[in-house]
Design a protein around this ligand. Structure first.
Ligand code: MG
Ligand code: ZN
Length: 448
């Protein structure tokens, strides 16, 4: 007994000393925390490190020996783990967004609720309650997993109608959580049983449903729903830089109000390209995000009391820049691909000269063997139940082979993601941390 007590007493002493020490360091950390007035939180859905590397080589100027740095290279400050509170290290976008929005881990599929399905306060709710202007800008439907985890609480991400409904019932001081919402999702807001846009108009929102009408938004609050579900993909779109366009408008609106603001901007569709293992789609989404981040950086250069924090929720597709033992990645060739493979397939199936059409829209050369193979694939496709789907898959494979691009999964993977930061208080995000840590720091900043 006596023998046992001694180490216990020693342990107690050590614990006391240690807890006093850690309290002191925490306090110092709090005192040192540089608090920005405005926070712009950017999420590249599915944007693992291979995507930012790919974007660098995709953009490389072939006339110079040097590989030019991208905006992502310039703003990189750290890495983050993404695992959920589940029986797996691979997260989905809901659990990851909940971690990034609330600083709590949860199960895959959860929208800002605990494992016991209790609501978790999100940083946009916290910002709104503190009287700051809040904004959400996405290229998915605005009730999709990532934005939903900042604005609502639901046991499952697939309850799209319920989540849309809760944007009008989850109120802070009588108002919806986000003062500005721009993205897609019309079909969930305007339904046979209800038209939620009326509810927003009653709350004083200006509402538009066409991205070409953005200049009609003149004040806050504002709601813009620009597609039934997600916005059209960047590649081959009339609006290849729609995320940048929407973010630009949101920055104009929040600046006119002069109140502190917290804005969440999501490049939602990098993930969708990753799920469909489509590298040309992914590079077009990365290009829209890069232009958006350059715009935000320029804003911060003239509004130095603003912080940009950017990360990804996870990586998608197991993208690899190299394939089948060959020491090559020919990403620059993707610059000539001007249409989504799905659309190329549709046009090729209707074309008299499908191989000529392929050549015109991709500039990717075909060997004699590949030409024969592709002609055969088109014939096989035409005999299928879903010819376009069949041909699209073959075209993506051709693009991957030509560029030496590899994929290991149609889902997500557990690789760490990067953290980028710029502007006032960026130092707080340097190093390796868990995704919950990013949110914890932002919430601490909003609290001050
Ligand atoms: Mg998302
Ligand atoms: Zn995903």
């Amino acid at each position: 007994m006596q023998y046992l007590l001694k180490p216990c007493a020693l342990l107690l002493l050590l614990l006391t000393v240690f807890s006093a020490y850690s309290t002191t360091t925490q306090l110092t950390a709090t005192q040192k925390l540089v608090v920005p007035k405005n926070i712009i939180y950017v999420i590249g859905d599915g944007m693992g490190p291979a995507y930012t590397s790919a974007y660098r080589y995709f953009n490389d100027d072939p006339s110079t020996k040097m590989v030019e740095q991208t905006i992502f290279d310039k703003l990189l400050v750290g890495m983050s783990s993404t695992y959920p509170d589940d029986d797996t290290y691979v997260t989905d976008s809901a659990a990851a967004a909940t971690a990034l929005a609330t600083s709590h881990k949860t199960y895959n599929g959860a929208i800002a609720v605990t494992k016991e399905q209790q609501p978790l306060t999100t940083l946009l709710e916290q910002a709104k309650a503190a009287g700051k202007t809040t904004a959400v800008i996405v290229t998915s439907q605005i009730n999709h997993a990532t934005p939903a985890s900042f604005l609502a609480h639901n046991e499952h991400r697939r309850n799209y109608d319920e989540i849309a409904d809760s944007y009008l019932t989850n109120l802070i001081n009588g108002q919806p959580v986000a003062d500005i919402m721009l993205g897609g999702g019309k079909r969930y807001f305007i339904r046979d049983d209800t038209d939620l846009t009326h509810g927003f108009i009653e709350h004083g929102y200006q509402y538009i449903d066409d991205i070409d009408q953005l200049n009609q938004l003149t004040r806050i609050p504002a709601l813009g729903l620009f597609a039934d579900k997600g916005l059209a993909p960047a590649l081959g779109s009339k609006h290849p830089t729609r995320l940048m366009t929407m973010t630009d408008k949101a920055l104009q609106l929040v600046s006119s109000r002069k109140q502190p603001f917290v804005m969440m901007v999501e490049a939602s569709q990098i993930d969708w390209c990753g799920h469909s293992n489509d590298i040309s789609c992914a590079m077009a989404e990365m290009d829209d995000l890069a232009k958006t981040v350059r715009l935000i950086k320029a804003y911060i250069d003239t509004h130095p009391d603003t912080l940009l924090v950017m990360t990804a929720d996870h990586s998608t597709g197991g993208l690899s820049l190299g394939r089948a033992g060959t020491y090559q990645w020919q990403g620059q060739a993707l610059k000539q691909v001007t249409m989504m493979p799905n659309d190329i397939a549709q046009k090729m199936l209707r074309s008299e000269q499908p191989l000529v059409f392929w050549q015109q829209t991709t500039q990717l050369p075909l060997t004699k063997e590949q030409k024969l193979q592709l002609t055969e694939t088109i014939m096989t496709a035409k005999a299928q139940k879903r010819p376009q789907k069949y041909l699209t898959k073959a075209l993506k494979h051709l693009i991957d082979t030509a560029t030496y691009t590899g994929w290991t999964t149609s889902g997500h993977d557990a690789v760490d993601v990067q953290v980028f930061a710029y502007g006032k208080g960026y130092e707080a995000f340097i190093g390796h941390q868990d995704n919950t840590g990013i949110a914890a720091t932002i919430m601490q900043m909003i609290d001050q």
